[in-house]
Write a protein of this length. Structure first.
Length: 365
């Protein structure tokens, strides 16, 4: 088998598929590699850990059909090191040779016969606008947990609503919710829990066209341009998030999003540990005072003009989570609504009622 392909095209496909290869201990050794298939002028590159699979198709000039599995990191690093131009991959017996210009690498192959058979998701595909799907996804995915000990919270809940699709994610410290009207991939009244890790790969590939979604009993696939991302759905009952969102707030701050974000970034410079040393927001009559206190280092204060309705109070937040919420809102002005210093607060853009970011305060002395 011999493949001739442009380096940049090859490298982009290798990098996309590599993000799905197995890295955890105990996985099949062959899953640390990329499965490369040449048929005619089509080359398919697959990476998988059996929970997440990324398959990328590219065009190339080939001589002879064949299959090879190469270590993902090794082949990606070698191709990246080559000069731009045509790269040749030639496979003979148990070795593969990469050449470009005066450079040449010979790599040992993994046993292709041991690579698991990965079936396509069975079901009827639904095509939706990629930008509409990405619009909802990008505002909530940041709130999904990365703690695999709590798999339910590592997913994004997709729920059908009367008007479209709802995206929800939470790590128990913050929650993000976005409703996108006119977006339909589920039957009325149904919901699925999709791994955030897999959706992050979908997000990388989304462009301006369409994405095809195929929903199976236990898996879902997203086809974007020349790539198919398949992942297992997360099983289990998602938390009843709606009961966490208060129906009304007596205290409301309307403030410029960028001004607040930049102030948070400045005052938290004195914090040694940004997770254990929260930023304090003190609501005044005509603005918000930000305060960061770090013993043995110092203290930082900054005042930001704002419209304040309700009582003057002090509330503290994890600065990273607060910045995530401000970035996700995407609005020039945001509203921060609070009940008291210990109850969940909400953040959303003044011009976007379809997005809600719920943030738990941090208790400070």
């Amino acid at each position: 088998m011999k493949i001739q392909i442009e380096r940049d095209t090859f490298l982009e496909a290798l990098q996309s598929a590599s993000r799905a290869v197995a890295t955890r201990a105990g996985a099949l050794p062959v899953l640390s590699g990329l499965h490369i298939v040449a048929r005619g002028n089509d080359v398919t590159i697959t990476g998988s850990d059996l929970d997440l699979t990324v398959k990328v198709n590219v065009m190339a000039h080939t001589q002879g059909d064949g299959v090879v599995v190469l270590g993902a990191r090794l082949v990606s690093d070698n191709v990246r090191s080559l000069e731009p131009g045509t790269v040749t991959l030639e496979v003979k017996d148990s070795s593969a040779t990469l050449t470009s210009g005066r450079s040449s690498f010979t790599l040992r192959t993994l046993n292709a016969d041991e690579y698991p058979r990965l079936n396509s998701v069975e079901g009827e595909g639904v095509r939706v606008a990629a930008d509409a799907f990405n619009e909802g996804l990008k505002q909530v995915i940041v709130a999904a947990s990365k703690d695999e000990a709590r798999p339910i919270l590592c997913g994004v809940l997709l729920s059908a609503t009367d008007k479209g699709l709802r995206f929800v994610a939470t790590d128990s410290y913050r929650l993000a919710l976005r409703d996108v009207e006119g977006l339909s991939i589920l039957k009325s009244g149904t919901s699925v829990l999709v791994p955030a890790k897999g959706l992050a790969e979908v997000q990388r590939l989304l462009g301006k066209g369409e994405v095809e979604v195929v929903l199976g009993e236990r898996e879902v696939s997203f086809s974007v341009d020349n790539a198919v991302i398949t992942m297992r759905l997360i099983e289990g009952e998602y938390p009843n998030y709606e009961q966490l969102i208060p129906k009304g707030y007596p205290n409301v701050v309307t403030i410029n999003r960028e001004a607040l974000a930049e102030a948070v970034k400045r005052v938290r410079l004195v914090a040694q540990d940004r997770n254990s040393q929260p930023v304090r927001l003190i609501m005044r009559t005509d603005g918000v005072e930000l305060r960061q206190v770090a013993q043995e280092i110092g203290e930082a204060n900054e005042y930001v003009d704002a419209k304040v309705e309700g009582s003057e109070l002090e509330v503290a937040f994890n600065s990273e989570y607060l910045l995530d919420g401000l970035a996700a809102s995407g609005s020039d002005e945001v509203m921060i609504e609070t009940l008291d210093p210990l109850k969940p607060a909400t953040l959303h853009g003044t011009d976007q009622e379809s997005f809600t970011y719920l943030l738990m305060p941090v208790r400070v002395s």
